[in-house]
Design a protein around this ligand. Sequence first.
Ligand code: GTP
Ligand code: MG
Length: 226
Amino acid sequence: MAGGGAAGAGRGAPEAAAEPETREFLFKVLVVGELGVGKTSVIRRYVQQLFSQHYRATVGVDFALKVLAWDPRTRVRLQLWDIAGQERFGNMTRVYYKEAVGAFVVFDISRGSTFEAVLKWKRDLDSKVHLPNSCPIPAVLLANKCDQKRDGDHSPAQMDRFCQEHGFASWFETSAKDNINIDEAARFLVETILANQQSFAAEENDEGKIKLHQEPLAAGSKSQCC
Ligand code: GTP
Ligand code: MG
């Protein structure tokens, strides 16, 4: 599903309201992690309610858009940037990360090496993108393929400690295959982003101005989800 053409404010500033008192936000969310951990599958499950066993590696970056009726007066457009695992913290990730307000860092619970790489992805995020107040963008860790046999100790206590130590907002066991916890993880991330957004809005109101940041979308970009 292409995200292109969605009018909006990259940092989540309210768009022109369709009706009085209706708020609409556009949030750019990154999805990163090692090759084949299931980033595209998680997004595809979340946006299209589809899953395929067939593996086709993402090249560069792909986009998907999920529109959420968050509450009766708030609509949230999530622009999901599906960064290819083969990018591996390369130079392009700095470009892809620009203006993002949240991230999912995904690993494959059945492949221990992908968990080891999680910290490299987190460091890559933290060194290349920040919120307007210079804080790291909130990152949620996804232990994907939880329908498979586990490789390593990923007990809840261990994962809680890991998240606390390394600055993840939270973690979820997910399965794109069996549709486990993906909506819950996304809801958690959006709640966190909205809370940040409220504090930025208060600061911007204090300054007596509203900044609109338009996020340019790659022309002709297509989604693997389509
Ligand atoms: P890159 O684009 O190369 O970075 O990979 P990716 O992270 O986007 O992985 P992708 O979604 O393409 O999935 C890789 C393989 O894992 C595919 O064969 C999927 O069917 C499979 N897969 C993804 N999620 C799950 C899951 O939750 N459970 C199981 N059993 N398989 C999954
Ligand atoms: Mg992919």
